[in-house]
Each structure stands twice: as structure tokens, then as C-alpha cells.
Design a protein. Structure first.
Length: 306
């Protein structure tokens, strides 16, 4: 099944959801009304050993990353994290590895408490055999920001004329030795809240960048039914990354957002630089230029729509 077919099938299923579902599947988090006028956001992210990080990475890296990936989704909605439910399935060798599970849980708790969002439940299971894959999932709960009028920021709010911006820098998150930014990033929760409180309703749409900047910016275009035009030369790069690496590497855990052009744009917030990298036009699909020359990306992760 191709990506747009999966999205279409989700849309079809969403039509059958009740009115308590405020934000259906398809955004960084969903939102459901739990009482009159009270809504909660939630989402779940999985971490698979050997896929999202090296299978032999320390327990602390596993615990921190599974929580921080979910916090990045909270940032993408400009929401306030409130707590976590954590689950993990361990192969026997990790279950019997003295202290591994404890160090995993300690690191997860430390990452979540950084944002006052305690781990308040969970489950641990084992494959019961050696050689199985470690899998953990973090279910995060969050609430709309009361200091932003209870508004949350969706992928689908981009408007023609918006400026496309990013936080931080891109590319080379996963170093050849398996280490790098993808293991020690700070989720942009505080930045997102300050951005939203500063720009208010001028902040039209937002997504966090996990699959690659081009792929995730394309999600904004698709969900907003607009065309995204990016200038590759303006994308801030990490280290010696090339423009193509910055657009496609992924695991940057930065934010890509679109802002109404009327009014000023801060250069940085919460110590994080903001860089304009493109504009929103009418139409669909995505166009990328590099110093004015059309740039075609060949890597999977996003699909040409024309
Ligand atoms: Mg996300």
C-alpha cells in the first residue's frame, strides 16, 4: 500500500468517528473530549531495538529516546505534556541483564520529568527467549495550552502566502557509529509553546521532523491542500551535511511550521534559531529549488504528486 492510500483509508475510517473526537488520526497527536469542554491529546510512539537505534545501545538511550520522540509530537501541536504510560517487551538476555530494565525506566522517567510529565503507568513483558527484539512504546497525554487560548496547531492549517520556517538545523542526525543528535536531542516543547504564545493565530500549521524535512513538509502541504515551495540553500545544516542530506536524513526532531506573512518573525525563541526556508503557494505537491535551480530528490519518504 502506498502512503497516500494509507492516508485515504484513515480518512475514510475517520468519517465514522463520534463527535467527541476533536482531532482524528492523521496528525501528530489525536484529541478527544473527555468531559464538557475538556479535551486531552494523546499519541503513541514505538521504539524498536535495531531499527530506531542500535540494538546494543545503552539502556539509557532506549529510555530517553522513546519518551523524547513522543514529546516531539507534543511540541508539534504546541501542546503541554502531562504524563506518560510506558510499555516494553524485552528479550530474555535483557531481562536477565542486571539493572538493564531499571536503567531504561530511570532514563525514561528522567526525560519525562524534564517537562513535568510523569510516567504514571505501564507494563513490562518478555519474549521469554533469547535473541528477540526489544520494543518499547510511550503513550503520551497532553493538554491544549491555556496560555494560547486552548488552541492547538495542526498540520492542516497552512494558507497560501504563509512563510515556511524551521527550528534548529538538519541532516546528519545519525552518525556512522550509530550515535548522534537522534539520541540526545531536546524535544522542542518549550520552544513550541513560546512560538505559539508569541505568534498566536499567525502560527497556521506545524509538524515535527522525524521522517526527513522534505517528507514532513510535504505532509503539511497535503493536509492543508496547498503547495510547499522550499529553498534548499536556506535550510540550516548540521555539521558537514549536504543540502540533500538536510532535506532527507530525518530524525532531526525539529519543527517545521508555517506563519502568516503579516507581522514580524522572531529570529530565535527559547535559544532556538528560527529560519524561513520557503513559502506556501496554491496548488498541491512540493517544489524544491537550490539557488533557483529545481532540485529533484530521489530518496523514498515522500511522494511526488505532480
Ligand atoms: Mg510527529
Amino acid at each position: 500500500m502506498r502512503e497516500f492510500e494509507i492516508i485515504e483509508s484513515i480518512r475514510t475510517a475517520n468519517a465514522a468517528l463520534g463527535t467527541t473526537v476533536v482531532i482524528p488520526p492523521g496528525d501528530d497527536l489525536g484529541m478527544i473530549e473527555i468531559a464538557d469542554g475538556v479535551s486531552v491529546l494523546s499519541g503513541v510512539d514505538q521504539l524498536v531495538g535495531g531499527v530506531h537505534l542500535a540494538a546494543d545501545a545503552p539502556a539509557e538511550d532506549h529510555g530517553r529516546k522513546v519518551v523524547n520522540r513522543s514529546l516531539s509530537d507534543v511540541a508539534a501541536m504546541a501542546a503541554v505534556p502531562v504524563g506518560f504510560i510506558l510499555s516494553a517487551t524485552l528479550p530474555r538476555e535483557l531481562m536477565t541483564n542486571e539493572g538493564w530494565a531499571e536503567r531504561f525506566a530511570d532514563a525514561a522517567r528522567e526525560a519525562s520529568s524534564r517537562f513535568d510529565a510523569p510516567v504514571f503507568g505501564g507494563d513490562v513483558a518478555t519474549h521469554g527467549r533469547t535473541g528477540g527484539v526489544f520494543v518499547a512504546s510511550a503513550t503520551v497525554l497532553a493538554v491544549p495550552d491555556p496560555h494560547a487560548g486552548g488552541r492547538v496547531v495542526l498540520r492542516g492549517g497552512a494558507q497560501v502566502g504563509d512563510i515556511v520556517c524551521v527550528s534548529g538545523c538538519f541532516g546528519g542526525s545519525l552518525r556512522p557509529d550509530g550515535r548522534g543528535h537522534h539520541l540526545d536531542f531536546l524535544p522542542r516543547v518549550e520552544f513550541a509553546l513560546e512560538l505559539h504564545r508569541t505568534l498566536g493565530t499567525r502560527l497556521h500549521s506545524m509538524i515535527d521532523v522525524s521522517d526527513g524535512l522534505a517528507a514532513d513538509a510535504a505532509h503539511i502541504g497535503r493536509e492543508s491542500s496547498v503547495s510547499v515551495v522550499l529553498r534548499a540553500e536556506d535550510v540550516p545544516r548540521r555539521g558537514s551535511s549536504t543540502a540533500v542530506q538536510a532535506l532527507t536524513d530525518g530524525e532531526d526532531y525539529e519543527l517545521c511550521f508555517t506563519v502568516s506573512p503579516d507581522g514580524s518573525l522572531p529570529e530565535a525563541l527559547s535559544g532556538v534559531p528560527i529560519t524561513p526556508i520557503g513559502i506556501i503557494e496554491s496548488g498541491d505537491g512540493m517544489r524544491i529549488t537550490d539557488e533557483g535551480v529545481a532540485l529533484e530528490l530521489e530518496r523514498d519518504g515522500w511522494e511526488h504528486s505532480g
